[in-house]
Every structure is written in structure tokens, then in C-alpha cells.
Design a binder for this molecule. Structure first.
Ligand code: NAD
Length: 496
């Protein structure tokens, strides 16, 4: 049994006390366990980050960026191993893990632009012989807390930008898929990141609570489910920290009667069932406008779903791997049971699926519901599994009202050939990331990622330009020199 510990000040550190089993969801077996840090261990990591900060904040951004160039190379060189670690603990298919890693690498590439991004603003002669400039100073120690479903990518959304901005980081990944994060933190040190700049703590609520309450932590980036995001936002803010907390989702796609139906169906199949539906940008609701479009959509989806191949993520010929734990699989099955009892029509039922050779894996087949209504639990709550709900609306306005009334506002998409409808939709929909015939409108690393409503607590989105704002504090300096007026004597009024 491999026991996964922590990395503090560049050294492998073990905590004593609680551990948790880490499962391979495809086999249902556990060959690794992860240590759950106690408050003292977390405090040790914060101390290491605090000690590293003075030298790191004064390291030229160009030198900080060079670490990212080397890290990018290492991530590419070790891509196969990284993907295997993702697949063995998360379950997603290897090719999908490679896509996840690629999105993570793009954030590392963006972080290499630190010298440009941190240049600041300058006004010569802001007043007579007075110069003024704004610079973006690092915050100090920042915490990054991440979910299980993108164990390589989401940490890479956070810490590369945090460190190139001059901060030191304590990273607390998901305890359910810890190995890949640990390997990448080791690569970051191999790339030349000084000891203490990036510290890795494995743990659960106890570790998170310590990060939220320790006065030395200046800011917290969080990605996870909405109840925990809200808690992290409230607790962190209450303790005087800057917090961005990204939460859950219920992403709708609207299918208009004029849509290219074949394209809409194949796009929805990938967006709903890729990664077994365990994506915060997964489409979990399709709203068909008009009865004919709905019938065509449901027929197309159910036909396409018969071809979805579910099995171990190690086999790239599979489309869908297992869910993360048996408990989560049971919860998703329960949602489907509830949908049936609430009166939705279960068109495709994947509850009983089993995978030959992997009888103990946490597998479940894809499910499709038709005639779902807004009051049903399967519509209101995030399921985070391979379940797609179809609702029927009479007009674009009615479909948009469903989305705008929903508590989440992460991603959405419209399938249409009508440019005017698409423009109206993108302008008025209350969602942070919008696709037009693009089912997963995940912003590239040079934009920023964030939902609206209860999908994001805080003001700034993750990565991209918002990350520079989140991980720095603006300071504005106004300067003049004696020959240009300091000796004129006291002034009691603002100069006019
Ligand atoms: P989670 O909320 O269970 O866990 C996220 C992090 O919070 C983990 O590091 C975990 O250790 C910690 N945590 C869990 N319970 C806690 C508690 N009671 N107190 C303090 N910390 C706690 O989320 P998950 O199951 O790992 O990830 C799936 C969720 O994340 C889904 O809801 C998904 O939509 C969301 N997600 C959102 C985005 C986004 O960008 N909006 C991206 C990925 C995932």
C-alpha cells in the first residue's frame, strides 16, 4: 500500500494520524491511501510559504516565468504518466485525461507572460512634474483548494498564476485523486521552483478550515461543489481573506427548431456523457423548443446512446469510464430512481450496466429522461453523473426563462442556425460562459473562467486576466522631486 503524504518546503513530509483510502474506480480496489493533514501540518506548510515569500516576491517576474517554461516541457515529457495517474484515480478515459492536461498546460503557457502581465500602468506628468504609476504587488501566502474531477487541470488553473505573480502557495487538492497533483508539484521543483514557494497539503475539512482561519493566508482560490464553495467564501471572507469560490452547475443547452439536429445530438452526447458527466461544464439539461424538435432530439439522443461504450479508462476505445466512488454511483442511481418516481419518462436506463472483467468498478451507463419539469429534483439539483434531462418549451423566451430562473449559471449553449436568436440569447442569458453551437464553451487560458449566480462566489473568475487581479494588490504611487515644487511651502487647498 502506497501512502501519499505532503510536500512542505520542497521536502516530502508525513503527518501522523488520519488517512483515507484512494480507490481505482475502474477496479473498485484501493492500493493507495492519502494522509489527511492535521492543523499543525497545515500550519507548517503556511510557515514554509511565509518564509519563502520575501525572496520570491523580489525575484524578477522574468525569472519566475522561466520556471514555467521548464515546467511546460516537463509536463509534456511526462504526459503519459500524468494521464495514467489521472485515469487510475479519477476513472476518465486516457484521451480525456490528455485533453485535461493540455488545458492545464495552456495555463502554464499563459503564466510565462508574467513580465508582460505585471507591467502595471504609468502616467508621466500626472500633475505638474508629478509622475504616478500603479503596480501590482503579490499578496503573500495564498491557498488553493481543488476538486476531484480535474485533478491535473484545476490546480494548474491556480498555482502557476499565483506564483508568477510573486505569491507563495499552499495547495490542498482533492483527497480522492491526490497522486497526480503530487507528481506535478515534484515536477515544479525539478523545473526550478524554489523550496517553500509551492507547498502541497493533502487533507479534508480540517486542512481547509485551518487555511480559512490562519491569519497568514491572504487569499483563497476554491473550486468544488456549491455548498462547500459558499462555506469557503463565507468563512474565508469572515477571516479577512480575498476569496474566489467556484461551485457547481446545471448547464442547459437550448435546441432550436432550426438547429442542425445531427450536430446538436452528437455535441450533446459528448457534452453530457464525456467524463461520465463529472464535469462542471457538462450539459445536463437539453431544452427543445417546439414539440417536433423535441421528438427528433429524443429519438436522435436515444439512438446515439446505444453506441456509447462504457468501460475502464485505460482503454481508449471506451467513451465513458466509471464514477469516482461507489457512494457517488449510488447517489446518481438514486437521482434516477427519484426522476422515475416524480413522473419523468426514463427513455434510456443505464442504472444496471456492468462491465465484464471489472465487476467491482463504479460503473453506470448513460441515462436519458424526457418530459422533465422544473419542479423535479433531477432538474433542480446537480447530479454530476451520466444523466441527461430533456425539457420541452414552446419558445426561445420560455427556454431562456428556465435557465435564468435556475440557481446555477455556469455554462450554457444554444444550437441554432438563426444568428439573431443566438445574439439575443448570448446577450440576455444570465450565465457566465455561453456557447453558440459550442456545447462546452470553456474559455481558453487567455480569457477567464467563471459562472454567475450560485456557480461562483466572489468577484473575479479563475485563471487568465482575472487571475492577475486576484493574485495581486494594486498600489498607486505618486512622486515628485524637490526641484519641481516640494520647496514651495505648505498648501492648504487641493491645487486647481
Ligand atoms: P467538493 O466540494 O466535495 O470538494 C472540493 C474541495 O473541498 C476538496 O478539496 C475537498 O477536500 C474540500 N471539502 C470537501 N468537503 C469539505 C468541507 N465540508 N469543508 C471544507 N472543505 C471541504 O467537490 P468535489 O466532489 O471534489 O468536486 C465536484 C464538484 O466541483 C461539483 O459540484 C462540480 O460542479 C464542481 N466543480 C466546479 C468547477 C467550476 O469551475 N465551477 C470545476 C470543477 C468542479
Amino acid at each position: 500500500m502506497t501512502v501519499i503524504g505532503h510536500i512542505i518546503n520542497g521536502e516530502q513530509v508525513n503527518s501522523h494520524g488520519r488517512t483515507q483510502a484512494v480507490f481505482n474506480p475502474a477496479t473498485g480496489s484501493s492500493e493507495r491511501s492519502v494522509q489527511l493533514a492535521d492543523a499543525d501540518t497545515v500550519s507548517q506548510a503556511i510557515s514554509a510559504a511565509s518564509a519563502a515569500f520575501p525572496a520570491w516576491r523580489n525575484t524578477p517576474p522574468l525569472k519566475r516565468a522561466r520556471v514555467m517554461y521548464r515546467l511546460k516541457e516537463l509536463l509534456e515529457r511526462h504526459a503519459d504518466k500524468i494521464c495514467e495517474l489521472v485515469t487510475d484515480e479519477h476513472g476518465k478515459v486516457l484521451n480525456d485525461a490528455m485533453g485535461e492536461l493540455q488545458r492545464g498546460i495552456e495555463n502554464v503557457e499563459y503564466a510565462t507572460a508574467a513580465p508582460e502581465l505585471l507591467k502595471g500602468e504609468h502616467s508621466k506628468n500626472a500633475g505638474p512634474a508629478i509622475d504616478a504609476w500603479s503596480e501590482f504587488q503579490p499578496l503573500g501566502v495564498v491557498a488553493a483548494i481543488t476538486p476531484f474531477n480535474f485533478p491535473a487541470m484545476v490546480p494548474l488553473w491556480m498555482w502557476p498564476m499565483a506564483v508568477v505573480c510573486g505569491n507563495c502557495v499552499v495547495l490542498k487538492p482533492s483527497e480522492r485523486a491526490p497522486s497526480v497533483v503530487k507528481f506535478i508539484v515534484e515536477l515544479a521543483h525539478e523545473a526550478g521552483l524554489p523550496k517553500g514557494v509551492l507547498n502541497l497539503i493533502n487533507g479534508d475539512k480540517e486542512a481547509v478550515d485551518t487555511l480559512l482561519t490562519d491569519q497568514r493566508v491572504q487569499a483563497v482560490s476554491f473550486v468544488g461543489s456549491t455548498p462547500i464553495a459558499e462555506y469557503v467564501y463565507q468563512e474565508g471572507s469572515r477571516h479577512g481573506k480575498r476569496v474566489q469560490a467556484l461551485g457547481g452547475a446545471k448547464n442547459h443547452a437550448i435546441v432550436m427548431p432550426d438547429a442542425d439536429m445531427e450536430n446538436a445530438v452528437s455535441s450533446l452526447i459528448g457534452a453530457a456523457f464525456g467524463s461520465c458527466g463529472e464535469r462542471c461544464m457538462a450539459i445536463s439539461v437539453a431544452v427543445a423548443v417546439g414539440g417536433a424538435a423535441a421528438d427528433q432530439l429524443v429519438a436522435g439522443l436515444s439512438a446515439a446512446m446505444t453506441k456509447i461504450k462504457t468501460g475502464t479508462g485505460r482503454d481508449n476505445s471506451n467513451d465513458m469510464g466509471p464514477l469516482i466512488t461507489s457512494a457517488h454511483r449510488d447517489k446518481v442511481r438514486q437521482f434516477v430512481d427519484d426522476g422515475v418516481s416524480e413522473g419523468a419518462t426514463l427513455v434510456v436506463d443505464g442504472r444496471a450496466l456492468s462491465v465484464a472483467d471489472h465487476p467491482d468498478g463504479f460503473f453506470m451507463g448513460p441515462c436519458l429522461f424526457d418530459h422533465v419539469t422544473p419542479s423535479m429534483r433531477i432538474y433542480r439539483e446537480e447530479i454530476f453523473g451520466p444523466v441527461l434531462c430533456v425539457l420541452r418549451a414552446e419558445s426561445l423566451e420560455e427556454a431562456m426563462n428556465l435557465i435564468n430562473d435556475h440557481e446555477f449559471g455556469n455554462g450554457t449553449c444554444i444550437f441554432t442556425r438563426d444568428g439573431e436568436a443566438a445574439r439575443y440569447f448570448s446577450d440576455h442569458i444570465l450565465v457566465g460562459m455561453v456557447g453558440v453551437n459550442v456545447p462546452l464553451p470553456v474559455p481558453m487560458a487567455f480569457h477567464s473562467f467563471g459562472g454567475w449566480k450560485r456557480s461562483l462566489f466572489g468577484d473575479l473568475s479563475a485563471y487568465g486576466p482575472d487571475a492577475v487581479r486576484f493574485y495581486t494588490r494594486r498600489k498607486t504611487i505618486t512622486q515628485r522631486w524637490p526641484s519641481s515644487g516640494v520647496r514651495e511651502g505648505a498648501q492648504f487647498t487641493f491645487p486647481s
